[in-house]
Design a protein around this ligand. Sequence first.
Ligand code: R5P
Length: 299
Amino acid sequence: MRIPMKRLILPLPGNEALAAALAKACDGELGGIETRRFPDGESYVRLHGDPHGRPVDLVCTLGRPDAQFLPLVFAADAAHDLGASQVTLITPYLAYMRQDKRFHEGEAITSLSFAKLLSGAFDKIITVDPHLHRHPTLQGLYTVPTVTLQAAPLLADWIATHVESPLIIGPDEESEQWAGAIARRIDAPHAVLAKTRYGDRNVEITVPDLSAWRHCTPVLVDDIASSGRTLAVAARKLVEQGLGKPECVVVHALFADDAWSDLTPLFSRIVSTDAVPHRSNRIALADLIADALKRNMQD
Ligand code: R5P
């Protein structure tokens, strides 16, 4: 009887810990990817591990997508070329999800363009809480099969364990999907604020009357913290309403530029999942992704 070959799990730089955890959980073989820059700035990519005749998983969270993209597709292409039976991208944070329409004449709809490029390079994509807004599922954008995992239960369980009498608050209408799911799981009240965005770092937020919840600990939850403006404005508005200093729990800790130092004085605590490596990471996603990978192996 032929023993099926183990899947080969290959981390792009910075994704070694998650890849090792997945290889262990799925009894896969952990390989490696060597990348460097040639003197002219082009990328060198070499796979360590033999893809021939077996499924290959490339692990790469896309917190710096422009710099990561070419080495990633070169690695995927090499895996196909070296005989992989299927090449899957495991990307806890899937970038380029927010420009999902042409807001101004002539703009690129980069969520569609990025989806086209990744769909051309991979046979399957597994991710966690992609920013789905005008497209209710990834299948509206991606032409290859996708698996969308939800971190809300993990966020909810962290809040239930660490925060007394939480009031779950989403800073904008889009965050209702996370705020509502978290609140339902731990039987907590929740509210959603209204946001208008005027620019990358310019948002206005209005808060409904939350005076009935002044005895609760406000917990702002969101999928992405990028410039941090959404969370900063929301936190100030809650305090103006007489609520206590809020806690903050996010899925994808991008914290661009000075976001982290701007936000820390406004919150009693800021925590995130490890979808994007950051000092705020407290909620591990390895088991959630490993379970999906094991289910995926049975497909
Ligand atoms: C978008 O609506 C998302 O849910 C986040 O609220 C947003 O991406 C956060 O961006 P920033 O931190 O730049 O305000």
